[in-house]
Design a protein around this ligand. Structure first.
Ligand SMILES: NC(=O)c1ccc[n+]([C@@H]2O[C@H](COP(=O)([O-])OP(=O)(O)OC[C@H]3O[C@@H](n4cnc5c(N)ncnc54)[C@H](O)[C@@H]3O)[C@@H](O)[C@H]2O)c1
Length: 354
């Protein structure tokens, strides 16, 4: 059964607004109605690409054919743009981080509930194939219980030279990348499983907002995750490192396959000590194929447009919304706890919600 595509308008036709527009133009479930941007040159650019540019936000909201509004404006203006769309009877997808404070998110959720409109945030990195590779290992139990996962994104170009460098716009890498990397780890270990958060922030190229972070997530199950992002790393560490009861997995880069070394025999008789630097050690003697098995796991496949497919199907009452309010609140709580921890130097407890 083919359903009519859902007419969708985009607010904010910058980097990410352009990304949404391209995908909506090819969508099997949505149709791009047009965009609205406060900057005339962005509207001109849209028109030059054959996309309708509304003259004002009121004009967009007054277009009764538009059922869904995607909000892709800087972080500090999400709430006002989202609330106006919900009050105009539109369903809303808002870019991440959906809000800068929990109160702000709760006000948006309250308006969505009051108006009966659907509202969600764009956690598109749930379709990253590198993260999915780790989630598959976790969910399949192929390596037994997972002990910890380390997730890292390393670049060397500092913060992009736009609003991300200023606090008043909700800049900084914790808001920008933190929300994705935290969401991925909570999707793996469970949103209700989070117990506490420890964080340190970098200020290497920017004193006003963080230009990198490292977060330790402690889960009620006793498992741990490290989530790290750096913009001053001229040599990048591997994207993912996972330790489990039965072995170790390493994923260097999203383009690659996951390397796995499984422990087939724990005990090894007569381990020969090896010379390491200025000493001799049995503890660090490498394993061989008599006690381990090495192999690679193929890259998963994923289609990020499934985010829109799910959201539109949920608006039509066909399926539950994938990114739930409980998850949106937990992502934000963890991020805010990370800021608090960076300031106090302590673990900050968090109560998660599914
Ligand atoms: N999910 C992702 O992978 C991802 C990637 C990049 C950015 N983002 C998010 O998308 C949002 C936008 O980021 P960006 O990189 O596209 O920024 P950007 O600066 O490239 O674009 C923002 C656009 O919004 C316009 N704008 C500002 N205020 C407006 C308003 N009140 N009404 C209409 N237009 C307005 C600006 O003129 C600009 O064209 C941010 O929340 C960011 O965190 C998400």
């Amino acid at each position: 059964m083919s359903l009519k595509k859902m007419k969708t308008a985009i607010v904010g036709y910058g980097g990410m607004g352009g990304w949404h527009a391209e995908r909506l133009q090819k969508s099997d479930v949505a149709e791009l109605a047009g965009i609205y941007d406060i900057r005339a040159e962005r509207s001109e650019l849209a028109r030059s690409r054959g996309i309708r540019a509304y003259a004002s936000y009121d004009e967009l909201l007054g277009d009764r054919s538009v059922e869904l509004v995607t909000v892709a404006v800087p972080n500090d203006v999400h709430e006002e743009v989202v609330v106006r769309a919900l009050r105009a009877g539109k369903n809303v997808i808002c870019e991440k981080p959906v809000a800068l404070t929990l109160d702000s998110l709760d006000r948006m959720i309250a308006v969505a509930q009051e108006t009966g409109m659907h509202f969600s945030t764009h956690q598109n990195r749930r379709w990253d194939v590198d993260y999915l590779a780790m989630k598959q290992i976790y969910d399949s139990g192929m390596l037994g219980k997972v002990i910890n996962i380390e997730s890292r994104i390393h670049g060397s170009r500092g913060i992009p030279s736009d609003w991300r460098g200023e606090k008043k716009y909700g800049g900084g890498m914790l808001y920008d990348w933190g929300i994705h990397l935290i969401d991925q780890m909570l999707c793996i270990f469970g949103f209700a499983n989070i117990e506490s958060v420890f964080c340190t922030l970098d200020h290497i190229t920017n004193q006003e907002v963080d230009d990198g972070f490292r977060i330790l997530l402690r889960f009620r199950s006793g498992q741990l995750a490290v989530v790290e992002m750096g913009t001053y790393n001229f040599i990048a560490m591997p994207r993912f490192y996972l330790r489990a009861e039965k072995g170790t997995a390493l994923l260097r880069d999203w383009r690659e396959e996951t390397q796995v070394v499984e422990c087939t025999h724990w005990h090894e008789n007569e381990v020969l000590p090896v010379q390491l630097a200025a000493g001799l050690t049995k503890t660090m003697a490498p394993r061989d194929e008599l006690t381990t098995k090495s192999y690679t796991v193929p890259r998963p496949t994923a289609d990020v447009h499934d985010y829109y497919r799910n959201f539109i199907a949920s608006v039509r009452g066909q399926t539950p919304q994938l990114v739930t309010y409980g998850q949106m609140r937990t992502d934000l709580k963890v991020m805010l706890a990370a800021f608090e921890s960076a300031e106090t130097g302590r673990f900050v407890p968090v109560r998660g919600e599914e």
